[in-house]
Design a protein around this ligand. Structure first.
Ligand SMILES: [Zn+2]
Length: 175
């Protein structure tokens, strides 16, 4: 037995409720022995109420009665109370792996969001730049100013208007 010098009333109430509910699903009617019937089974993430204390839980520890095969979904606090150390550590690891998986997914989502923002910003910047260059090219054409000579892999273009040169440069991916 665990040595306890003094326990608060709420703690005693909690333990009485948990053991009472555990006994309902167990073979033995001995409160000191009931915990030996239960082992860790698995963990899942689903909104639920702990089958022993009734608290709202998200990370469920599933425990199984070794004798009658009954299954209960409980929170990690109740798992800490009703399972022996070896079984509790398995439950703890199960919950930790859920948390770790969620954290990884959250980081991945954040990175995707960040990359998307960068891509959008770059695109907007490029559109603004093209618009500015186009305004300048149109103005130069209007004033009859010569365009630069456009060199491509296929040849050298002379005699294109400023706007045409710009359009071809955009098409070639140079802007
Ligand atoms: Zn509970």
């Amino acid at each position: 037995m665990k040595k306890q010098i003094s326990k608060s009333k709420s703690k005693l109430d909690y333990e009485a409720k948990v053991i009472g509910n555990l006994l309902k699903h167990s073979i033995t009617d001995d409160a000191d022995d009931v915990m030996n019937e239960w082992v860790y089974e698995s963990t899942i993430e689903i909104p639920n109420n702990c089958n022993l204390c009734g608290h709202k839980i998200r990370n469920n520890v599933i425990i199984r009665n070794k004798i009658n095969g009954k299954i209960l979904n409980i929170g990690i606090e109740c798992a800490d109370y009703v399972l022996n150390d070896k079984e509790y550590y398995k439950a703890y690891d199960g919950i930790e792996s859920i948390k770790k998986k969620n954290k990884m997914m959250k980081l991945k989502e954040e990175r995707i969001k960040r990359d998307e923002e960068i891509r959008k910003n770059n695109e907007e910047r490029r559109e603004r730049k093209i618009k500015n260059l186009m305004d300048i090219a149109k103005d130069r054409d209007k004033r009859g100013l010569p365009s630069e000579v456009l060199m491509t892999k296929d040849g050298v273009y002379h005699g294109l208007s400023n706007v045409e040169v710009l359009k071809r440069k955009i098409a070639l991916g140079r802007i």
